[in-house]
Design a protein around this ligand. Structure first.
Ligand code: DSN
Length: 424
């Protein structure tokens, strides 16, 4: 079957037993390596993280927490979870960490479970302005079970208006205030949110999924000193396995742990917990700090080149790993741009922009992020090339094959998983 996407000894066995699925794993590796991956919430996790994920820890039931399990035989997985918890506390300066949430949505569900009862009021950023489904969307548990009031961004600056957030909080007196977003390119003023939460007696939750890796790499300020609880995914800039995590103040530790298990989840995925521990160790290194800083420089360079291509960065640019790009100036919808880029081997996603005249299924914008291309070793010079290629792909679909050729040349110079063993 050629190259293996695994770092264990088992790919030949999978190929023999289930060639259909083995083939898909290889094709996906080819797809990921053969194009530019610009989805802001994705990354290429390390071989060491993948090795932990593909391990026998997947077999172990371990409901409960280290030293307090509902199953025997947990001595080894206990060690992995304790190491992970200690690393998370050290890396983020947190008083308590829970590594068990299966995903970011699960981590958020646990935070709601710990702090609010159904019917109580929550204040969060609206999804069309860059929030998240779990921040009160009517189709999500958050919008169905809680009274959610929303804030957005100003139409003129396209940034959060903290006076508006405060006014809404004073009017509605939420029990929980959430900040954090999926399509907000600017830094969030956590101190301002803390002040508003204190003024109305609310718990402050920071959904840091998108930017926690930049915090880990000390490239942007941390929400940890300000928030009662910080939730996040581990697979974005942080470059760990797919999964979730919660950090909180010591006073909330018992409530968070009970909300994760047994309120919201059963058995933790111990292979994922171990893989999170590996990623946390990697994130403590000076190399990772250089990576995080480069992710931001790359996003700024990409955003600037897209602006030069006539594609307007929402809010005028970015302070983080992502840029939200308004395509109305080039007369192409987000949905069409996504398809056109895909044809040129550039993977990104359509996105609503603030005050978008288009429905969310179409969108007037695209979101681009630099975690993956930075992991591949690309820098600002390559971002300028990528910005030009996106400009051509979006505005001239007839050039898709020519753009795809340039993309192939570029990714060949910066291969993802260059160390993948062959024929394992
Ligand atoms: N789906 C993630 C993103 O792409 O931002 C958020 O959960």
């Amino acid at each position: 079957m050629g190259e293996s996407p695994f770092w264990g000894p088992d790919f030949e066995q999978l190929s023999a037993e289930d060639p259909e699925i083995a083939g898909i794993l290889l094709s996906e590796l080819d797809r990921a390596r053969g194009g530019l991956q610009l989805i802001a919430s994705e990354n290429f996790t390390s071989p060491a993280v993948l090795a932990a994920l593909g391990s026998t820890l997947s077999n172990k039931y371990a409901e409960g927490y280290p030293g307090k399990r509902y199953y025997g035989g947990c001595a080894e997985v206990d060690k992995a979870e304790v190491i992970g918890i200690e690393r998370a506390k050290q890396l983020f300066g947190a008083e308590h960490a829970n590594l068990q949430p299966h995903s970011g949505a699960s981590a958020n569900l646990a935070a709601y479970g710990a702090f609010v009862k159904p019917g109580e009021t929550v204040l969060a950023m609206s999804l069309p302005h860059g929030g998240h489904l779990t921040h009160g969307s009517k189709v999500n548990f958050s919008g169905k079970w809680f009274e959610v009031v929303s804030y957005g961004v100003r139409e003129d600056t396209e940034t959060i208006d903290y006076d508006e957030v405060r006014a809404i909080a004073l009017q509605h007196r939420p029990r929980l205030i959430i900040c954090g977003a999926t399509a907000y390119p600017r830094l969030i003023d956590f101190a301002a949110f803390r002040q508003i939460a204190d003024e109305v007696g609310a718990i402050l939750m920071v959904d840091a999924a998108h930017f926690i890796g930049l915090v880990a790499g000390k490239a942007i300020p941390s929400p940890v000193p300000y928030a009662d609880v910080v939730t996040f995914t581990t697979h974005k800039v942080l470059r760990g396995p797919r999964g979730g995590m919660v950090l909180c103040k010591a006073e909330h530790a018992a409530a968070i742990d009970k909300a994760v298990f047994p309120m919201m989840q059963g058995g933790p995925l111990m292979h994922a917990v171990a893989a999170k521990a590996v990623a946390l160790k990697e994130a403590m290194s000076p190399d990772y700090q250089s990576y995080a800083a480069q992710v931001i420089r790359n996003a700024q360079a990409l955003s600037a080149e897209l602006a030069a291509q006539g594609m307007r960065p929402v809010s005028g640019g970015t302070d983080t790993h992502l840029a939200l790009i308004d395509l109305r100036g080039v007369g192409v919808t987000g949905a069409d741009a996504e398809v056109r880029c895909d044809a040129a081997r550039i993977t990104l996603n359509k996105n609503a922009i603030p005050y978008d005249p288009q429905p969310p299924t179409v969108g007037s914008g695209i979101r681009v992020g630099t975690p993956s291309v930075t992991t591949q070793g690309m820098g600002e010079a390559e971002m300028a090339v990528i910005g030009r290629l996106i400009g051509t792909a979006v505005t001239n679909p007839a050039a898709a094959a020519a753009v795809a050729d340039e993309v192939s040349d570029l990714v060949a110079r910066f291969p993802a998983y260059a160390q993948t063993p062959v024929g394992v």
